[in-house]
Design a protein around this ligand. Structure first.
Ligand SMILES: [Cu+2]
Length: 231
């Protein structure tokens, strides 16, 4: 029965192009080792091992209490106290506690043990690498364009900003090397008309319906036809 359910889930994932591959840091384990009440662990940063743990946004960390006494995991610092972002109750000897970092901004989140405040650790929440298994050719793609440009693309597609504003923004990003395109400007006898399909692409890209690569094809067209000029 379990096998049938698994098969159905995999088929559904493939049919609807859902991500099948997650970032490396989606399921992390941290140990509270034996002897963590000993002050010595603080001086070597071994009260939680590893004391600095990286996890993807939406990933899960499980803290296991391998010590002979109870401990806690509470976000914040001993100096300023708990900050309320995450926190366990008492974790019994031999037990564990998990927390999922859904909706967290990337950044460093310190934590400590309420019962033994010299026990401190840090969670580094990181954007996962957008590793998505594609349906047709199983190519793993990585993001090439900063995400905030989606806003610009959406505004442009919606005629809230004009062609010049959008194009000059993209032009600047290419010049600064933030976006890289493979083509270079060729013709000087150009029309400044931007084809509708590029605007459609921008709209779809802003909604994440097409990939960065497909959107870049439109940008490359603009470069090739001298509408975007890189000097
Ligand atoms: Cu403790």
């Amino acid at each position: 029965m379990l096998r049938i359910i698994l098969t159905i889930l995999i088929v559904l994932a493939i049919l609807f192009n859902l991500p099948l591959v997650y970032g490396e840091n989606s399921n992390i384990f941290v140990s509270v080792p034996l002897g963590s009440t000993d002050l010595a662990c603080a001086s070597t940063n071994e009260c939680y091992i590893p004391s600095i743990a990286a996890v993807d946004v939406g990933g899960k960390i499980t803290w296991s209490n391998n010590d002979s006494v109870v401990h806690t995991v509470v976000s914040g610092t001993p100096e300023f106290g708990p900050d309320g972002l995450f926190g366990s109750d008492i974790i019994m000897t031999g037990s564990d506690w998990s927390f999922k970092f859904d909706g967290f901004d990337s950044g460093s989140y310190p934590y400590f043990c309420l019962l033994h405040p010299m026990m401190t650790g840090v969670v580094n929440v990181e954007e996962s690498k957008d590793t998505i298994l594609l349906r047709d050719d199983q190519i793993v793609t990585e993001t090439q364009i900063p995400d905030w440009i989606r806003n610009n693309a959406a505004w442009w597609a919606d005629n809230q900003i004009d062609d010049d504003t959008f194009v000059s923004g993209i032009q600047y990003l290419i010049k600064e090397g933030i976006i890289s395109v493979s083509s270079t400007s060729s013709s000087s006898n150009t029309t400044n008309e931007i084809p509708q399909w590029i605007k459609n692409n921008a709209d779809w890209w802003s909604q994440e319906l097409i990939s960065d690569d497909e959107f870049l094809k439109g940008i490359e067209f603009l470069v090739e036809n001298g509408i975007i000029v890189i000097s």
